[in-house]
Design a protein around this ligand. Structure first.
Ligand code: SAM
Length: 267
């Protein structure tokens, strides 16, 4: 019954997201992301520093992988998983012009998008990096044939233009120096940069939350969308496509989660 409900909700991502938001209100302690507290003033800087390394927690990889393994099993059987589908669509849209692409995922956690791409039959060579030793150890264990590095998104050790496409894998929201992470993504990409699952707000400045991810305290940034798009442009990236995973907007204000697909410009 639970599995059937999950399959049904995966077909309707916006309904799923709405139900999740409602569930947070009535049962704030349930789910992957819980206990959201909006922060303001000095607290933002203080907590961002304190929780900068939160995702290095050794308990996170196994907890996240439990959920991911369930999703991968459903995906393998043909279920629609909105976040996977958007990522696959983003890359597939670029492949026509690029042939077999060398792809780097920054913030790859256990490297499971390599499996998503394989199931979807994408013609890519995948590599990943993450700042967490524990996540990278799990990635190497699960995918020994692939290359993974421990690296921080804000100071990547790859050469300029090292990969055809660099995916910023839903990690910017946890990085206080996200501007540096965007610049590094653009530097290492020779052609394309994808900012996957980016939470944005409209008609309001950046919002900063403390929350629990799989039970571990972290910081989450929701980016003012026009400013975020300006940051991409300032980093030498032209927006090619935007995919919306969920959106709640009324009278010009609201929030959304989107994947932004960009081409690196020559300038
Ligand atoms: C929410 S998970 C996203 C996992 C996967 N890429 C996805 O799209 O579902 C965020 C990942 O970013 C990583 N991360 C957070 N801050 C980072 C940083 N400064 N540099 C590199 N990775 C970071 C975390 O360790 C974690 O694996």
């Amino acid at each position: 019954m639970k599995a059937q409900l999950r399959v049904l909700l995966n077909r309707f991502p916006r309904l799923k997201s709405l139900l999740k938001r409602c569930l947070h209100l009535v049962m704030p302690g349930r789910g992957v992301s819980t206990h959201y507290v909006e922060m303001a003033g000095d607290e933002v800087g203080r907590e961002s520093v304190r929780l900068r390394t939160a995702w290095k927690d050794d308990d996170l990889p196994v907890r996240q992988r439990e959920l991911v393994d369930r999703q991968l099993a459903e995906y393998r059987h043909g279920a629609a998983i909105a976040v996977f589908d958007v990522m696959v669509k983003s890359l597939r849209g670029l492949q026509g012009s690029a042939g077999r692409m060398r792809v780097l995922e920054v913030g790859c956690s256990s490297g499971y998008y390599s499996e998503v791409f394989k199931i979807a039959g994408l013609n890519v060579d995948y590599a990943g990096c993450d700042y967490s030793e524990a996540f990278v150890a799990l990635a190497r264990q699960r995918y020994p044939e692939l290359h993974f590095d421990v690296q921080d998104a804000t100071s990547l050790r790859y050469a300029d233009n090292a990969y055809d496409a660099v995916i910023s894998g839903c990690c910017l929201l946890h990085i206080p120096e996200y501007q540096a992470a965007v610049a590094e993504t653009a530097r290492v990409a020779s052609r394309y940069a994808i900012f996957h699952r980016t939470p944005v707000v409209l008609g309001q400045p950046n919002k900063y939350y403390r929350k629990k991810a799989y039970g571990v305290e972290t910081v989450e940034i929701h980016f003012n969308e026009p400013q975020f798009l300006q940051l991409l442009a300032d980093s030498g990236l032209d927006l090619l496509a935007t995919y919306t995973l969920d959106e709640t907007v009324s009278h010009g204000a609201g929030c959304a989660t989107r994947t932004y697909v960009c081409r690196k410009n020559a300038a």
